[in-house]
Ligand binder design. Sequence first.
Ligand SMILES: [Zn+2]
Length: 297
Amino acid sequence: MFIKNQRTIKNKVSCFGIGLHSGGFVNMSLLPAPIDNGISFRRISTNKSVIGEIKAEYDLVSTTFLGTSLTSRDGKMKIATVEHLMAALWGCGIDNMIVEVDSDELPIMDGSSDHFVFMIESAGIVEQNAGRRFIEVLRKVDISEEGAHASISPNNDFSVQMDIAFNDQIINKQSCSFFANTNSFKIELSKARTFGFLKDVEHLKQRGLIKGGSLDNAIVIGENKVLNNNGLRYQDEFVRHKVLDSIGDLYLCGARIMGHFHGVKSGHTLNNKLLHKLLCDKSAWRMVQYNDHALAS
Ligand SMILES: [Zn+2]
């Protein structure tokens, strides 16, 4: 189904969970937003006073280590780990929404987009009286770095191919293709969890990082086995999560992309660099609004 109009959610919906980095509790609410608002993060204090807002924009991405973080232009406000929610918003076809959060990171939930999709569907989705905007890729843009590669090329819909290769027996080499017009984000990607190796987890925790990380919010790989009790949710869950991550990262361009993304060992850093390279080059894309096809790039 091709959705022509912008969409938001019908009702406010809230959850709480823990922050991956702080290990502390985080309250998060999703609220409807007006036409052309896009996705914005409203940082509130624990007593609910508003501290400020950050738009979900690619050029506000400040950190891409262990997740994608946004920092306000004045440098005073940060929201970490936005990619799994951004992927859920793309997957549910949400154009406009306010995300209210009382911490500087979003709750990690189970390490996938599953809970966020559930929240959005529970809130209800409404169409708004304005055409949806797309970024149409007009020519191929690519970037390579340290053995990783990412490209985006013209396509009449959005699609992703991801290839990953790890030097271990559990992940090894995996590839996944996702086509927006024929595949279901909810069924095929939304439940794929983030992952890590036990040896890295211990090292990161010693450095005071990922204090909230556990088997409840990540797949953890030990000596040639998955340590989570119930194993994997998809046989190729690792590469599916990398597709989910890339969709969340790419949705920070502010509109749905019409183009084909191909990542080879690509992660948050390269995904964001690709967006910068694409959007800096005005000859490589144009903004299209559904209905009038009036172009404003
Ligand atoms: Zn992720």
